[in-house]
Design a protein around this ligand. Structure first.
Ligand SMILES: C[S@@+](CC[C@H](N)C(=O)[O-])C[C@H]1O[C@@H](n2cnc3c(N)ncnc32)[C@H](O)[C@@H]1O
Length: 239
């Protein structure tokens, strides 16, 4: 598994430093649309009445909150992230559902502490880019998701994407260059983090490329839905 010279996984330092302003910046930079997208993602995660669900790269638990708010009470809920600062925020938020309702685990997506064929559904909101963009462990991460999913289980990804229309795509990239990087850097005080987010969003996959990536990794069915003219997308992939 890849680690940098200080022993960190790619982006681990960034995601340990951003939490104080992380939620606020998500709302500002997406003009509050991110929460609606997570809501739709949670609906797709819960579509087949899963018994056990993981929010992978749960961060501060924004997707977990939508899943927990809509799941049957028998559904077992888990969240996993490698950033302890993100998880500390997540813990405060999921407390509204009661002690023990959501199992939050600090762990690495490349080596998850779950048995094989354990989950009916795995959701991930704005974390798949980190696991796959210029990441030497991209294949390992997808293999791990396949391992922990039951056959027929669904992997639901909400992520930035690329608008098909060239003019919209031009303005979308401009937005990341002029707003996400500089304004995110200014408000968070972490320029490197938001430059990384802007750069990775501008160079991330189209829905078609994402589908190919997932199928090559071993997922059988993929079904993508663009959001906001393709600026983001929800992808459902089946094991
Ligand atoms: C952009 S944030 C998204 C957080 C949250 N899901 C949301 O919707 O706001 C990406 C998250 O992925 C986590 N992450 C990145 N790589 C990871 C890895 N290899 N293992 C576990 N967590 C990882 C980061 O710590 C961060 O919390």
């Amino acid at each position: 598994m890849f680690r940098d010279e200080s022993g960190h996984r790619p982006t681990q330092k960034i995601f340990t430093e951003v939490p104080p302003k992380y939620d606020l910046l998500n709302r500002i930079l997406t003009l509050n649309m991110d929460e609606g997208w997570r809501k739709k993602t949670a609906k797709a995660v819960l579509e087949n009445n899963p018994s056990r669900v993981l929010d992978l790269c749960c961060g501060t638990a924004d997707l977990t909150m939508h899943i927990a708010g809509n799941a049957r009470k028998e559904t077992e809920l888990f969240g996993l992230d490698f950033s302890h600062t993100m998880l500390a925020r997540a813990k405060e938020k999921v407390a509204v559902f009661g002690e023990g309702r959501v199992n939050l685990i600090q762990g690495d997506a490349g080596n998850m502490p779950f048995e094989s064929n354990y989950f009916d559904a795995v959701g991930i909101s704005f974390g798949f880019r980190n696991l796959t963009f210029e990441n030497p462990d991209a294949q390992l991460h997808m293999k791990e998701v396949l391992r922990i999913l039951k056959p027929g289980g669904r992997f639901v990804i909400v992520e930035t994407s690329q608008p098909q229309n060239k003019i919209i795509r031009f303005f979308y990239h401009l937005y990341h260059n002029l707003i996400t990087g500089p304004i995110g850097g200014l408000i968070s005080g972490n320029r490197q983090a938001y430059n990384y987010l802007a750069h990775s969003a501008n160079h991330y996959y189209t829905l078609d490329d994402l589908s190919i990536l997932l199928k090559n990794a071993g997922f059988s069915e993929t079904n993508g839905t663009p959001l906001l003219m393709g600026a983001a997308a929800i992808m459902v992939a089946e094991k």
